[in-house]
Design a protein around this ligand. Sequence first.
Ligand code: HEC
Length: 290
Amino acid sequence: MYLATAYGRFGTPMAAYVDDMGGPMTKYEISYLVQWLQSQVETEPYTHDYGLISGDIELGKVVYAEHCASCHGRAGEGGTGTALGNPAMLSLTTDKFIRHAIEYGRDSTEMVAFGEILSAKEIDGVTAFLRSRSTGWTLEKPVLRPLPEAGDYVLNPNSPKAKFDLKDNLYVMAADLLKALQDMKRIVVLDTRSLSRWQIYNIEGSIPIPYYADFGDIGDFLKDMPDDGTMIVTYCECPRSAARRVNEMIREHGFENTAVLWEGIGGWVSLGYPVFRGESDGKVEIAELD
Ligand code: HEC
């Protein structure tokens, strides 16, 4: 709920409310608002559980066409029900959140509890099907990016280096990063969220370096980084604290041209900028990256 309020839903009238995105509220005000809303109903406190739900996507597709398309639209465009084919909504929610909405429905709305209608396997399938659309409904097949290897860390290695005017000598704006990527500038982009978040959606070419990696791991990893002043950008979802932590470690290792994405990936998605799905068995630890 925090993310939906803070970053809105790109392509819908639900605007972003957080000040970083030009909205009228600070992140603290949004947190208090969400706490207040939650206190108005009797509900289990919401915990962020990023566990992925694995299900049969093909089965989910059939279930969707039969039970969901009438309200949510054949291509997720919405109707009586919300537009489920919205990359911002799919990216900013967890699998468990989606599955919960399907299983228990929403009281006093037309969204009934499908836990009484569908089997657990069918619910897992339709959850997995929706998740497979998190970077766009029209993709025949989600664009998967395998885990990058050392030789892939630097994007556009033969091009001129990306250069940014940094805010507070630290932050790069999403629009500037997008432009550098579109202009094929030489750059390194690090995704500092957990690997499971990277798998769901990430900025193309980013390398997953989770913020909880320890200093030694980061040191090992940095041996494969160019030391010629190539810009290294970190991003997270928080929108900045995890990315800042990794950025500090990198700077302590002597890399000076580094930056943190100001809006975070939530802001990136809500601006409508492209994201891709990553691919891994979910077991890869940072130490195995190099
Ligand atoms: C009769 C119409 C109807 C059908 C059929 C229906 N839904 Fe819904 N669904 C809704 C409505 C209306 C909402 C918004 C409820 C609210 O206001 O919170 C919703 C909400 C949701 C949400 C939460 C989205 C969000 O942004 O919070 C998910 C996920 C969802 N539906 C999935 C499904 C799936 C999967 C199916 C098929 C198994 C399905 N729905 C079938 C009407 C429907």
